[in-house]
Write a protein that binds this ligand. Sequence first.
Ligand code: ADP
Ligand code: MG
Length: 698
Amino acid sequence: MPTVPEYFGSLVFDSRVMKARLSGEVYHSLKQTIQKGTRLDLSVANAVAAAMKDWAVENGATHYTHWFQPLTGVTAEKHDSFITPAPDGRVIMEFSGKELIKGEPDASSFPSGGLRATFEARGYTAWDPTSYAFIKGKTLCIPTAFCSYGGEALDKKTPLLRSMEALNRQALRILQLFGHQDVRRVTASVGPEQEYFLIDRDMYLRRRDLVYTGRTLFGARPPKGQELDDHYFGTITPRVAAFMEDLNTELWKLGILAKTEHNEVAPAQHELAPIFTTANIATDHNQLTMEIMQKVAARHNLVCLLHEKPFAGVNGSGKHNNWSITTDTGVNLLSPGETPHENAQFLLFLAAVIQAVDDYQGLLRSSVATAGNDHRLGANEAPPAVISIFLGDELTAILDAIETDTPYSGGKKQKMKLGVDALPRFTRDNTDRNRTSPFAFTGNKFEFRMVGSSDSIACANIMLNAAVAESLRLFADELEGAGDFADALHRLIQKTIKAHKRIIFNGNGYDDAWITQATEERGLLNLRTTPDAVPMLLEPDNMEMLVRHGVYSETELRSRYEIILENYCKTVVIEATTMVDMVRKEILPGVEHYLADVVSTAGAKKELDPSLPCGYERRLLHKLSALAEAMDSRTEELEQQLAALGTITDLAERAAAIRDIILPAMSALRCAADQAETLTERSCWPFPTYGDLLFGVK
Ligand code: ADP
Ligand code: MG
């Protein structure tokens, strides 16, 4: 049995393998491309392709694929085999530099939001050498960007890489001002904590709602839920432990730094956190992690649910996106430093994030908007839909002191004149792990907690990188022209705190009073649903900023707007249709079956002895019949409302109708069905209950 260090990354064409298999010259120019983005020579590409192919074939691969992330949110791949006919009728395994660099999947069926007319359906994939190729099954997977022939990004990777570039560009300007001529590159680092549920596969297959939509659309509360908090960090059951062990092995082979795992708050809920890496690799790895979780679960006869809200009444799942900015000299720019100079620099980057989050709340909120996440945000188990920043008491006190030019009383008494007087040393604030904040500073990184568990982390990081790049740009513009740097810096930080402190909130984000204060007194946005949030993509200020930094073009943004709203509509319509189907074909027949049993029991009683009381049977028949009537009429209604959607051609109107008419109608239908469940004999209920699902994996 090989040890972990022996097999870690064994399925990755990483720099270790490159170094061993490429000539010094080829290795060097590939490194230049990876680190500095220099153009790759075709001869180098050919050499890399040949080495990659040899390595992949030795490791059992027969095919290769350009692995990309279309706007569906999942990853896509089309496999081509390496085989090429040889003159003697046999085949040889070949792979050229051209095939490595560029692919042309016939991708006409991927959503493009109108970016690509069907007559020009081709898109092309382009190799991203900054994320390593890897082997999955028998296929060499080459991470790629996916673009249209006109050059518009049809994927999530391209804008992510562009946003990282924008952040790099602007952060370098600031670092120059602080005299860091040695820094060549600044990177966004990300560590996403992934939450998920594990349930038994046999039970899963008996629930059409889970199979079609990934969440339960019916289900009465079980007698026990998460109220005892006995699952959080609890002992991991043998079956789950076996799954996690297997999962770790698979992830480690792919070079994914899976680090911690524990049970979460809800029964059957768990979490996996990797060690952070660049935003690009973290995104690729998170996509792979989600895929491999599902595969490994199946091997254990389990199903991994990644939906944001698979069960009503217990916590949903999110993805905490831990984000920081690091230099190629190994400095975390969000880490408070030791010296006044370092602290001034830290405070400037902190101010940049504060301004970015305040100015671009709408974009950040839109970056996590999906039908699934709407059930979670603001449901008092995940952050509210209002974005605010948690800084902790000490840092907030320091900012207060700077703002008002008063001595900071938390630590040593001294005047806060940045870069001139000494600043107090900040200690990492571990005192308050405020779990209710959507955007929390946790010592040397920010944790954006609104991302949904099934979503790609790309969108959130694109907006975050771009918004912070914009603050840094404005800061650099101001500071570059300043006569007295220290003085200008101080004034800039002070001004930024004054202008943006409304976004800082250290209290309880679940409190209703906060939502009132946030919206009414502070004027923060409260975009509760996807149809409310997505139009933020088209707000002129937001668009201008993203276009200025080359992150998205205007057409690309319009396409995202359409795709997200379309996806929202389709998702809810599938859910509603599934409900109609389940009520008609399973729930009503199950209830009727039970009613027949009750009727025949009552009849048998009367036959045996007419004086036997049958009040219980009668009352039950009345209650259940009334619920059956309600289910029937609400199903009819829902169906009519779904049909009426067909007449709404405007996308925003359709999404609004879904939010305002379809979702409430679904809730009403569910309500009747869940009540019926509590009155129906177990064996007559057509599918596994919440109790079965949540406590079914031992
Ligand atoms: P917790 O938030 O539960 O206290 P940690 O702080 O150890 O746990 O880290 C949670 C996640 O944050 C991990 O994925 C970790 O790799 C990531 N992380 C830690 N430091 C950074 C950083 N500087 N930048 C980005 N992510 C980070
Ligand atoms: Mg955390």
